[in-house]
Design a binder for this molecule. Structure first.
Ligand code: FES
Ligand code: FES
Length: 164
């Protein structure tokens, strides 16, 4: 089956089985290995990507469900070697350790901040809101303290809105 979609602003047409997991299509067919396989069961968020503006677990989505969709993976966050404020903050304040959860957490956070900005303008989200936004993304290394610290530090440095 031909699947056509846009990933990180680039159009693709893939000839794959319709039940191929989106995670496998991204990693194996497109070579975008930022999304990771953790649990493979929709529990950990390591495979998170953004599909049409919503964070989804790509391990649970057959590729036929993203026909004509617009997808963003962690590779689409930075602009070449220029990291976003959020990415810089994670590297600086220890939000990324082994890195398995990091792509999903960065995408979930950036998506949350972009939506928050659209709804609430300049109001800064509190830790409770950030925790809620990241509830679907598990981390086995950081104890979350440094993840939330990285997000809060990035907020003080005004994260750039999502690039369209
Ligand atoms: S690998 Fe997809 S949610 Fe864990
Ligand atoms: S940094 Fe290792 S799982 Fe989060």
């Amino acid at each position: 089956m031909k699947i056509q979609f846009t990933v990180n602003k680039k159009k693709y047409s893939l000839d794959v089985s319709p039940m191929t997991r989106l995670l496998d299509a991204l990693r194996n067919n497109l070579g975008l290995t930022g999304a990771k396989e953790g649990c493979g069961e929709g529990e950990c968020g390591a495979c998170s990507v953004i599909v049409d503006g919503e964070v989804v677990n790509s391990c649970l989505i057959p590729v036929c469900q993203v026909q004509k969709s617009t997808i963003k993976t962690v590779e689409g966050l930075s602009s070449g070697e220029n990291l976003t404020v959020l990415q810089e903050s994670f590297t600086r304040f220890g939000g990324a350790q082994c890195g398995i959860c990091t792509p999903g957490i960065l995408l979930a956070t950036q998506n949350f901040l972009d939506l928050w900005k659209k709804k609430k303008g300049g109001k800064v989200p509190g830790e409770a809101e950030i925790r809620e936004a990241l509830a679907g993304n598990l981390c086995r290394c950081t104890g979350y303290t440094k993840i939330f610290l990285s997000v809060k530090k990035a907020l003080r440095n005004t994260p750039r809105p999502e690039r369209n």
